[in-house]
Design a protein around this ligand. Sequence first.
Ligand code: CLF
Ligand code: SF4
Length: 298
Amino acid sequence: MDRDTVKAKIDKHPCFCKDAHNKFARIHLPVAPACNIQCNYCNRKYDCSNESRPGVTSAILTPEHALEKVIMVKHSLKNLSVVGIAGPGDALANPEATFETLRLLKTYDRELIPCISTNGLALPDHLDEIAELKIGHVTVTMNAVDPDIGQKIYSWIHYNDRTYHGAEAARILMERQIEGIKGLVERGILVKINTVLIPGINENHVQEVAKKIKELGVFIHNIIPLMSRPEYGTKFSNDGVPEPTPELIGKVRFQCAEVMGGFDAVMQHCRQCRADAIGKLGQDWDFNSVEDEVREKS
Ligand code: CLF
Ligand code: SF4
């Protein structure tokens, strides 16, 4: 993809383009409650920490209600440019709801940029549908490229009507992620990889993930610090796995920038959004205020 094509694809996307993040807003539609894997940093009672801050629940929307929400928000938020599906489970573990929502969105507005985030397990099964719906930005959370490390991060995966554990689960997930990422890149879709930085587990391995994704043609790498507080009730927080220090985060981002070809290819402005976030990154916008406004006018 040449530079002008890439620029045109990212210049209104607040996550894929640093310069866009304080100009444009995104809305996340929480239409995807189920998940097909169990990450040890996630507590299913809460939002997906894939792209969300754990500890805050979201109401699940139907595709129709999700579209209504976009229409209401668009009236007040003129700089809205991206509509993302990032949970609270996994976008592609709920393919009917995810794709129906994005199909409805297309009937309403062809300018809004659709975006999805996934753990990648189901990705190879949906590549053509993603391309047909012109979803040009996909995020895959990939925490390891070695099943021995992956098995410390995932408790289980559910795949082809079977539940897998241990290194076998991590290997299947990794292989599906790689197959899915290749398929996206072949279809001209920009791929972002999120890697959760987990002290003592993958802190010396994230650069290996960067090497693999660079080879696959991934656009940008986003290193997300593990969120691990006792109140989250995740396996890692229960086991006392600490959050990374700023020094460790900086060191790992530097290592990844060396591999990825510079700091432009390593995201620095991620805000670990909730699955129902609205607004510019880091300036979350209160949807209730719009509902109140509408109620007052009616
Ligand atoms: Fe949402 Fe994710 Fe799309 Fe952005 S978030 S689905 S790529 S529109 Fe952005 Fe939020 Fe970080 Fe995600 S700041 S958590 S990277
Ligand atoms: Fe939780 Fe997301 Fe991992 Fe699923 S993919 S277990 S919802 S963090």
